[in-house]
Design a protein around this ligand. Structure first.
Ligand code: NAP
Length: 245
């Protein structure tokens, strides 16, 4: 088989597995529909593991979601499985559609994305899940880890009202820990824009988790890769304790 064909087939296989995993998540977790208080229009740039899982949770709570891909036709099955409140198109269309835009791509894609969609994203509330991994993103990830993701992402996405969100929970946990028994999982947030933080808190709650505002973007580093809050499924009280000086 030609290498190109193999790549296309393995991308399709990965996408099929993702849809199957999300569908399985739907079967084992029940996500009650929220009372439809002014649904939010959410654009999703990077509808992979995290973007796809969040799209499902938000559609289930009554929001309207625009999933995007550089190959939109590959997302049609996922969108169809989510129903009429899910739409599909390109990243640019998602940026235009969303009052809130979730950006969930490999970290190294952020600088180009920020340039390409600068006009469409200007002034929008952007939730950024992206984590820098040198093995995937190269040397820039090393510099970003030193600088802290909040400050770096804002530089790469100029003019947006940025909130770091959902970066510290794995995609499987998004599907399986949603509205868990007992104390819910806390999702740390950091941002400099009060209104953006307010909306981000609502979307965390609607997704089935508990928001904890850590502080401004410079404090996003406190829940970056390798910190105590990162992927440890803490409750809000445990998270606040872990962040305490
Ligand atoms: N996986 C996790 O559990 C997890 C948890 C927290 C945070 N994160 C972080 O969140 C981000 C997304 O993670 P993921 O696991 O969801 O990744 P993923 O499954 O690989 O999905 C990433 C998506 O980004 C899109 N993409 C890639 N390059 C792009 C580009 N240059 N421009 C526009 N879109 C591009 C791809 O869409 P198309 O190819 O269809 O365009 C792909 O569907 C990463 O930064 C990751 O480190 C991941």
């Amino acid at each position: 088989m030609a290498p190109g064909n193999w790549k296309v087939r393995s991308a399709r296989l990965a996408r099929g597995l993702l849809i199957a995993a999300l569908t399985l998540g739907a079967a084992v977790t029940s996500v009650p529909a929220a009372d439809a208080v002014s649904p939010v229009k959410i654009g999703v740039i990077g509808a992979g593991h995290i973007g796809g899982a969040l799209a499902k949770l938000w559609v289930a709570s009554g929001h309207e979601v625009f999933l995007s891909s550089r190959h939109p036709e590959e997302l049609k099955a996922l969108a169809a499985s989510l129903g009429a409140k899910a739409h599909v198109g390109t990243p640019r269309e998602a940026a235009v559609f969303g009052d809130v835009v979730l950006v969930s791509v490999p970290y190294k894609a952020l600088p180009q994305l920020g340039q390409d969609l600068k006009a469409e994203l200007a002034g929008k509330i952007v939730l950024d899940t992206c984590n820098p991994y040198p093995e995937r993103d190269g040397l820039m990830a090393v510099a970003v880890r030193q600088e802290g993701t909040g400050v770096a992402s804002q530089r790469f996405l100029p003019g947006v009202r940025l909130v770091r969100a959902f970066n510290a929970i794995g995609w499987r946990d998004l599907a399986h820990q949603v509205r868990r028994d007992g104390e819910p999982v806390a999702i740390p947030l950091a941002g400099d824009d009060a209104r953006a933080l307010e909306i981000a808190q609502r979307l965390v709650t609607d997704a089935g988790f508990t928001p904890v505002v850590v502080g401004g973007l410079s404090r996003a580093r406190e829940f970056d890769v390798g910190t105590m809050p990162y992927t440890h499924l803490l409750t809000a009280a445990e998270l606040r304790k872990a962040l305490a000086p």
